[in-house]
Design a protein around this ligand. Structure first.
Ligand code: AMP
Length: 192
């Protein structure tokens, strides 16, 4: 089973993906994690995307599609893939469809986590404050300025995917404002 978790920054995609990894033996493919890793390890690509990411803008389709292609080709997903933070544009959605078809696989469900903007801002700024309180550093893009850019990128570039997958009959929406376990159980209920 291959699924997409769709939703704005702070909606809980990463948390819910982790729960699915634990409960269903699936593999989480987070383009955000892959890009942060490239940034930290200082690869050429990492250097190229650093400023764009810190600002909260989207990196190019070419880069993220390349990352996903590599992971899919490496295979090894017993329980299937969870796409977390990918696709984020219509071009990425088309590319994912093509990649899966090439590999003889299907996309089974797209789960939209519905939340409201006020909660997102609270969660993300809370996440940054917690990281600092724990003696660590907050994500470079977990600040008010970048958050505005990230939200705008979501509404302008990613939210059209809701209509795209609805039209394909693949969209499932769940209330992302429930408790973590509550959201996890709603996700389980809608998965085909
Ligand atoms: P995330 O951890 O999913 O919030 O992603 C962090 C940042 O990585 C985003 O704000 C973008 O700059 C970049 N990013 C992650 N996934 C994508 C994607 N699918 N397309 C473009 N940029 C992405």
């Amino acid at each position: 089973m291959n699924i997409i978790l769709l939703g704005p920054p702070g909606a809980g995609k990463g948390t819910q993906a982790q729960k699915l990894v634990d409960s269903r033996n699936m593999i989480q493919l987070s383009t955000g994690d892959m890009l942060r890793e490239a940034k930290t390890s200082g690869t050429e690509m990492g250097k190229m995307v650093a400023a764009v990411m810190d600002r909260g803008d989207l990196v190019t389709d070419e880069i993220v599609i390349g990352l996903i292609r590599e992971k899919l080709e490496a295979g090894g997903a017993t329980g299937g893939f969870i796409f977390d933070g990918f696709p984020r544009t219509l071009a990425q959605a088309d590319a994912l469809g093509d990649l899966l078809t090439e590999m003889g696989q299907t996309l089974d469900d797209v789960v939209e986590l519905q939340v409201n903007d006020e909660v997102l801002v609270e969660r993300i700024l809370g996440r940054a404050a917690e990281a600092v309180a724990a003696g660590g550093t907050a994500r470079a893009d977990d600040n008010e300025e970048s958050l505005k850019t990230r939200l705008m990128a979501y509404y302008k570039q990613t939210s059209p995917l809701i209509g795209y997958y609805y039209a394909k009959g693949q969209l499932q929406s769940v209330d992302g404002l429930d408790t973590m376990d509550g959201v996890a159980s709603s996700i389980s209920d809608v998965l085909s």
